[in-house]
Design a protein around this ligand. Structure first.
Ligand code: COA
Length: 245
């Protein structure tokens, strides 16, 4: 059986590829756990300064593996809780890591797959990308994906995506702020790695402090956000700065 997650280093960029192309990289337990472990392994590895997350084949990720749902029932609450914890912790990892993660999205990014893309710090999409949250059409809830979505696109658009369940194409996703850039399909990985390489070349303490502060200030009232910014402003005086000519 092939590995559900592939890992390849390109300089200081680790490329993680979800690798269940026959199932559109649906997130079964093994892939979810493997991705969670790989993100934290990248965070710990001094040779790595940025991560790219992508999918093998024609899709980024079609969300939770529906075929596993039948084993997750009220009859086994421990299994249900363990799986919910894994999904939550996976989505949380991106904002807890100090190294930037950039998604390279081709084809479908649905449900939990769209959630993973939006959990990344930047999203580069190919012209083939389709992003959406079809859960309600299946009688379930786009639940763990909801907090990131509503923070990033606002209430009206988030409710439209969750409530109607219709995917958006790459151009609309970019207009809605779900995607940073749209590139031709054949350039997707190279363009994404190039952006990740630029991020990786930045001062690591400055990038780590930027990410930490970024994820704090989006949650804080303005006065507390300014206070957190002030504290980081003082802390950064100890960084070794690059002189400019
Ligand atoms: N879980 C498990 N398997 C999935 C899957 C998922 N979320 N999404 C796709 N697959 C599998 C299909 O069962 C199919 O496998 P098979 O060839 O063994 O039958 C394979 O991936 C290809 O999918 P298919 O539906 O044939 O591709 P498509 O191009 O016609 O449609 C989608 C693509 C994304 C529209 C469709 O696969 C889909 O709606 N998937 C579910 C998306 C979803 O609801 N995600 C949220 C889950 S909570």
């Amino acid at each position: 059986m092939s590995e559900p997650l592939l890992s390849e280093d390109r300089g200081a960029v680790r490329v993680l590829t979800m690798n269940r192309p026959d199932k559109l990289n649906a997130l079964n337990h093994a892939l979810s756990q493997g991705l969670y472990d790989a993100l934290w392994a990248a965070e710990r590895d001094d040779a790595i300064a940025a991560v790219v997350l992508t999918g093998a084949g024609r899709a980024f990720c079609a969300g939770a593996d529906i075929s596993e749902f039948s084993s997750l029932t009220a009859e086994d609450p421990h299994a249900v809780a363990a799986r919910a914890d894994l999904t939550m912790n996976l989505h949380l990892a991106f904002s807890r890591m100090t190294k930037p993660v950039v998604a390279a999205v081709r084809g479908y990014a649905m449900g939990g797959g769209c959630g993973l893309a939006l959990a990344c710090d930047m999203v580069i999409a190919s012209e083939t990308a389709k992003l959406g949250y079809p859960e309600v059409k299946r009688g379930i809830v786009g639940a763990v994906v909801m907090p990131n979505l509503v923070r990033q696109v606002g209430r009206k658009v988030a409710f439209e995506l969750l409530g109607l369940g219709e995917p958006v194409d790459a151009a609309r996703a970019a207009a809605l702020g779900m995607v940073n850039r749209v590139v031709p399909d054949d350039l997707l990985l190279d363009e994404t790695v190039a952006i990740a390489t630029t991020l990786a070349a930045m001062s690591r303490p400055a990038m780590a402090a930027t990410k930490r502060l970024f994820h704090r200030v989006v949650e804080l009232p303005l006065d507390q956000g300014l206070q957190a910014g002030r504290d980081t402003n003082m802390m950064m005086r100890s960084f070794r700065t690059k002189s400019h000519k």
